[in-house]
Write a protein that binds this ligand. Structure first.
Ligand SMILES: Cc1cc2nc3c(=O)[nH]c(=O)nc-3n(C[C@H](O)[C@H](O)[C@H](O)COP(=O)(O)OP(=O)(O)OC[C@H]3O[C@@H](n4cnc5c(N)ncnc54)[C@H](O)[C@@H]3O)c2cc1C
Length: 1015
């Protein structure tokens, strides 16, 4: 390619006339390979990929992200060498470039097909269907099936046949019209790329119904080559024909293509040991090429056989197999790394769970591979790496009568310890008697050899082709047991192995983290209560109820007359009562759009407040009755630790008002209670930063309010400043704007909602700024707050350092929440904290074995459902059950209009966590329901793990996102795949249909890019 190639805006739908550049997936200067996705563009229907079917380097001028480009106009250039790359964003394209069309998606196949339109065929043939070149390395293909019969009418885009390439089974599409006609290449025949497979004729009368003679040319060459080289074909000849070879027996209960069976014969591979990636699990050639030969004869070839004196007996089959494997190992450039690992904890934890230590070690090895997957790969001649995700661990077992057998424990990465343990027991019994089937001792992806029981101080094991590493375990000493890995340097390097061993050491020495608790956490002893839960918010209440439900004697200490905590009395519930009123007012504004004349709404503040207080009091009373009903002893008072098993309950601040926080008096009064376990669930009150005048303004009549005191407003303010662009600040700001207050929101950071996906937060800022009485300013610096309630002055500098002063009736501080730990006397119980939060692990355990902490007091997402889940986790751990809090599956809703909602990870977070993820999005304004209701702001995004296709995050900005997120939560918490969500039947017309559509779209994009990558 000498002249630049123009990458143009493709026409991706019938109605598309232009597209918006959503993202550049490649940077200027990047090397582009055929089939790479270089950009995504938003059409009138969806966001779609722009693929390029040429090699080159991406060069500017590049159409800017967010710019609209008409179909057929240039998006960027592709140049032939890195030296020709030009940068630049939106400059017009240079004159004289060759403007060729970039063909999206499957058009590539049609290009290939059309290559040999000129191939000669029957006189009436209007078009020759040729073997397409479906991968760069493909030279021929095997006809797997004809999807259309001779005589069938063929339309543009019809899949007429499937062929097996050197990589997979793929469709042959035809982009011409006519009737399918012979001579047709027979199923199972090998056709060279460009060779005729069949023909199209213009009329039914012209159809020839006959099979083609085999296309001998390539097949003959290949079989000749096969005869000359009886050894296993190497990977450098992946497309070798298998003509003349008796196909290997079909695997039990599954299919395998003829081509795959032929290769299996040549490579001596047992198809029962091979996983199938073809449709319906059919084994295709690529699967066989990636499999481990039963015996690595190829590697032996060429080694000198040195004669030795003596009268040798013939080896037994087992001895011979071992000998061959060891000889084969000489082809591997290996090295050794050793570290000492203490096994005591793992031995105890395994015993508690009734698991074999060997199996626990295997499971730990598989878990450690999550961060070092190449430990599970292998080298494949020539110059290929087989990247495997299933961890199948071979572990040597001494057979009765001598010799070693290596049964393979499959699926160690995904199966539970209990199941693995069951399987292993059975495998070992049969291995000792040499009663294993071939697929039970072949195809391991990693191996372990344990000689600890023989007291050896150190040894290393020999890795054989088909694995990258083998672990040798020596006897346990005071310093631990030496774990030595012998590794293939072509697959892993020394640092990989060292870091892998470090991670393995952590897993083995801290088994409770992944094996779960060894039993109930309740220590033996005589206590007033089995468990005392401190704090009656969602975290404390859910914990106490679960424990009481399991028959534990539980006390719930809360410094208020009713349970409910911040959530009920000062947080979720009262704010949503206000939001509900604001929603009614806001929705009326759209009545006109549907032809309804409902007039102006007015707000009766007194009535709203009476309703709000009534709801809280009713809910508080219901909660208390339930707690008492399930036999929880509810103790009103402020708890503080006296020692590791005693709390003092100070009742000095007790009063009957549930609406505001209680304050303890100077003179403590109360009782000591003892406990077996304690759960700290004391929440986090609002945090007010040291802005001059802020803390001073909190006092009575001061004009500075927090989420604790905003509920004391006796009338609707006309003007407000809200400081802080987090969830609480934004919700408050928009509620008051909807009520009619003029609101300015000031945020110190350069964006609002740090926990929310960046694009969602950005779009929400725009939407909020379109509200008539709301202004959101970011990157501001608040200098001072002064004045009294009704006349407060706020001085701040904007992003350009311009000074401003706002005069308003009140300031609401939405500047976050922070636990107050001082009053708890944590040091008396030895409980550690860090940066003002109590340190707790995923099982909500603090550093003290019998003391737990949940909810806002441990930091992270400070949300009610998070606290409640952690409360249930703490209860489960105390009861000896295996449950963890998984932040990566947690969710949240920001109750603005439209609402922002999320579950799981954003693309940014997923990538930071090392997940190769992709996202797909759709704007709400294409949805019929959104149009009808005039709720067209926002978007939905789905993030999926490319490898597993599991949905790992969903992000919404949409009205009704609080309901929509429920389905998304099930997707993420249920580890659902794009395929499952795409195939689920969503009701019409609802916005949930968008989930299905997005899932199908991303699934097909990933399939397409995987296919292109595989070429
Ligand atoms: C305005 C606002 C709106 C919110 N909206 C939402 C929302 O829509 N969705 C959502 O998920 N979350 C929301 N939240 C957050 C939610 O309220 C908290 O995350 C949740 O209440 C935390 O639960 P918790 O059990 O950890 O603590 P809390 O609910 O704070 O409960 C702790 C309890 O312990 C008591 N206590 C403290 N110390 C002691 C002691 N030493 N002895 C005895 N008792 C003690 C406290 O007084 C309190 O009653 C909102 C918060 C605010 C302020």
């Amino acid at each position: 390619m000498t002249e630049p190639y123009v990458i143009k805006m493709p026409q991706l739908s019938d109605t598309m006339t232009e597209g918006v550049v959503v993202s550049w997936e490649k940077a200027v200067g990047d090397k582009i390979e055929r089939g790479d996705i270089v950009a995504t563009v938003e059409t009138d229907k969806a966001i779609m990929d722009v693929e390029v079917f040429r090699d080159g380097y991406l060069s500017g001028p590049l159409a800017a992200v967010d710019s609209t480009v008409p179909v057929g106009e240039a998006l960027a250039l592709l140049v032939s060498s890195a030296d020709d790359v030009k940068s630049g964003d939106t400059a017009p394209l240079a004159d004289g470039v060759v403007a060729e069309s970039s063909q999206p998606g499957l058009a590539a196949a049609s290009q290939q097909v059309s290559v040999s339109e000129t191939a000669s065929g029957p006189a009436d043939a209007s078009y020759t269907i040729t073997m397409p070149q479906l991968s760069d390395t493909m030279t021929e293909g095997v006809v797997v099936s004809w999807e259309k019969a001779v005589g069938a009418k063929i339309k543009r885009g019809t899949v007429v046949a499937t062929v097996e390439t050197d990589k997979a089974i793929m469709d042959v599409e035809v982009f011409h019209e006519g009737y399918l006609s012979g001579p047709v290449a027979a199923v199972d025949t090998t056709v060279p790329v460009g060779g005729a497979m069949a023909y199209l004729v213009d009329s039914k009368a012209q159809v020839i119904d006959e099979q083609a003679a085999p296309q001998a040319r390539l097949a003959e060459t290949s079989s000749a080559a096969a005869e000359e080289t009886p050894a296993v074909p190497t990977a450098s000849t992946p497309s070798v024909s298998v003509s003349g070879v008796t196909p290997a027996p079909r695997p039990q209960g599954r299919g395998a293509t003829p081509y795959a069976r032929g290769i299996a014969t040549q490579r001596g591979i047992n198809l029962n040991t091979v996983g199938g990636t073809g449709p319906g699990g059919v084994i295709v050639a690529a699967d066989v090429q990636g499999a481990q030969p039963a015996s690595g004869r190829a590697a032996v070839a060429g080694f000198p056989q040195v004669d030795v004196p003596g009268d040798g007996r013939l080896m037994s089959k087992l001895e011979k197999a071992t000998s061959e494997a060891m000889t084969d190992s000489l082809s591997m450039p290996t090295f050794h790394v050793t570290t000492s690992i203490k096994l005591g904890g793992l031995i105890r934890a395994s015993k508690a769970q009734g698991a074999s230590v060997t199996v626990s070690i295997a499971k730990a090895c598989a878990l450690a591979m999550q961060d070092f997957p190449n430990m599970n790969w292998c080298y494949q001649p020539q110059d290929k790496l087989v990247e495997r995700s299933g961890v199948d661990i071979g572990m040597a077992v001494a057979a009765d009568g001598g010799g070693l057998v290596v049964p393979v424990l499959r699926g160690c990465e995904s199966r539970e310890l209990e199941e693995l343990n069951r399987d292993w027991k059975d495998l070992v019994e049969r291995a000792r008697k040499r009663r294993l089937k071939p697929d039970e001792y072949t195809g391991s992806t990693f191996q372990i050899s344990n000689m600890g029981m023989f007291g050896v101080s150190h040894f290393d094991a020999i890795a054989t082709p088909g694995i990258a590493a083998i672990l040798a375990i020596s006897a346990d000493t005071e310093q631990g047991s030496p774990f030595t890995i012998t590794a293939d340097h072509r697959v892993v390097n020394g640092a990989d192995v060292a870091m892998y061993l470090k991670s393995l050491k952590t897993l083995i020495e801290q088994p409770q983290v992944w094996m779960g608790p060894g039993g109930p956490a309740l220590p033996e002893g005589e206590w007033d209560y089995d468990v005392v839960v401190v704090g009656g918010g969602p975290g404390g209440e859910d914990c106490a109820r679960d424990l009481a439900g399991h028959g534990m004697k539980v006390a719930l200490v809360n410094d208020a007359p009713f349970p409910g905590g911040e959530c009920l009395w000062r947080g979720c519930i009262p704010s949503k009562a206000w939001r509900a009123a604001a929603d009614r007012i806001r929705d009326r504004l759209d009545d006109d759009h549907l032809g309804i004349n409902s007039g102006n709404s007015t707000l009766d503040w007194g009535k709203l407040e009476a309703t709000r207080r009534k709801v809280l009091e009713t809910r508080g009373d219901m909660a208390l009755k339930t707690d008492k009903g399930v036999k929880i002893r509810y103790i009103q008072g402020f708890a503080r630790f006296v020692n590791g098993h005693t709390l003092f309950i100070d009742a000095s601040g007790n009063n009957d008002d549930p609406h505001s926080r209680a304050q303890v008096a100077d003179q403590p009064q109360g009782e000591n209670i003892s406990f077996g376990c304690a759960v700290i669930a004391t929440g986090a009150p609002p945090f007010v930063p040291p802005i001059p005048g802020a803390i001073e303004g909190l006092g009575e009549g001061g004009g500075v309010l927090t989420s604790d005191t905003v509920w004391t407003l006796d009338k609707l303010p006309k003007t407000l400043v809200v400081i802080g662009g987090g969830a609480i600040g934004l919700e408050m700001a928009q509620i008051f704007q909807d009520f009619g207050t003029q609101v300015t929101l000031l945020e110190a950071q350069d964006r609002i909602l740090a926990e929310v996906e960046p694009e969602i937060a950005k779009q929400l800022t725009v939407v909020l700024n379109n509200d008539p009485r709301l202004a959101v300013h970011t990157s501001v610096q608040i200098e001072k707050i002064s004045g009294r309630a009704g006349a407060v002055s706020v001085k701040y500098k904007d992003a350009d350092s311009m000074a401003h002063t706002l005069k308003v009736e009140h300031v609401i501080m939405g500047t976050g929440k922070r636990p107050v730990l001082d009053g708890l006397d944590l040091d008396k119980a030895g409980v550690a904290s860090e940066n003002s939060v109590i340190k707790a692990d995923a099982r909500c355990r603090t550093n003290v074995a019998h003391i737990f902490a949940v909810g806002d007091v441990i930091g992270g997402l400070m949300l009610a459902h998070t606290a409640a889940q952690q409360g249930r986790v703490a209860a489960a751990t105390i009861l000896g059950e295996d449950m963890k809090y998984e932040q990566d599956k947690d969710c949240g809703v920001i109750f603005t209009r439209p609402e922002a909602a999320f579950v799981g990870l954003s693309l940014e977070q997923a990538r930071a966590a090392g997940v190769d993820a992709a996202e797909v999005k759709v704007p709400m304004n294409i949805d019929a329901k959104a149009m009808i209701n005039n709720e067209q702001h926002g978007m939905i995004k789905i993030v999926a793990d490319k490898k597993t296709q599991r949905i790992i995050g969903v992000h919404l900005l949409a009205d009704h996102a609080d309901t929509l997120i429920g389905e998304a939560v099930m997707m993420v918490s249920g580890n659902m795949t794009l395929e499952q969500v795409g195939q689920a039947i969503h009701p019409h017309p609802t916005q949930t249909e968008l989930f299905g559509e997005l899932a199908r779209r991303l699934s097909s994009r990933l399939r397409r890019s995987a296919r292109v990558k595989a070429k």
